[in-house]
Design a protein around this ligand. Structure first.
Ligand code: HEC
Length: 133
């Protein structure tokens, strides 16, 4: 009489991932990021992965670009406009998008980065967070 219950639990364990439990949050983050990027960023930065269509002197976000050399926290500050520097041409998006939405755009960029770049950038982001509590 115990077998049916056990197989029921097994079935739930097998079906849970198929029903979208787990991982769906990250997926929707990427979708949100992709939509925002197309709306506000692509006209200057070009395709998020290949950089195709980027305007002259605008950095691209793919593996060949420069974005992954920065930590998450720093990139969010650049996007929102909290981080300024001489000659900055990048518009501040503070009034337009939230920190969470800027992070969603970064999650979208990361879908185009190979494992070694993801790892290096994750390490840099951890260090940056430790220095900027
Ligand atoms: C009007 C053109 C323009 C738009 C629109 C724009 N950017 Fe930029 N962005 C730039 C330029 C130019 C730079 C290079 C730094 C500078 O001159 O300020 C830059 C720099 C950056 C950087 C730093 C990249 C690096 O490699 O150091 C990030 C990240 C970034 N932009 C993300 C975004 C995101 C996300 C959006 C949309 C929410 C966006 N940008 C919209 C022009 C733009």
């Amino acid at each position: 009489m115990r077998l049916p219950l056990a197989s029921g639990i097994m079935l739930m364990l097998i079906l849970a991932p198929a029903l979208g439990c787990g991982g769906s949050d990250a997926e929707s983050q990427v979708t949100i990021g992709e939509t925002l990027y197309a709306e506000h960023c692509q006209l200057c930065h070009g395709d998020a992965k290949s950089g195709e269509g980027a305007l002259a002197d605008v950095p691209t976000h793919g593996p060949d670009g420069h974005t992954w050399h920065h930590a998450d926290g720093q990139l969010v500050d650049i996007i929102i406009g909290r981080l300024s520097y001489r000659g900055k041409k990048m518009p501040a998006f503070g009034g337009t998008i939230s920190d969470e939405e800027a992070m969603a755009i970064l999650e979208y960029f990361k879908t185009g980065w190979p494992a070694e770049i993801l790892e290096a950038q994750q390490e840099a982001s951890k260090n940056w967070n430790a220095l900027n509590p």
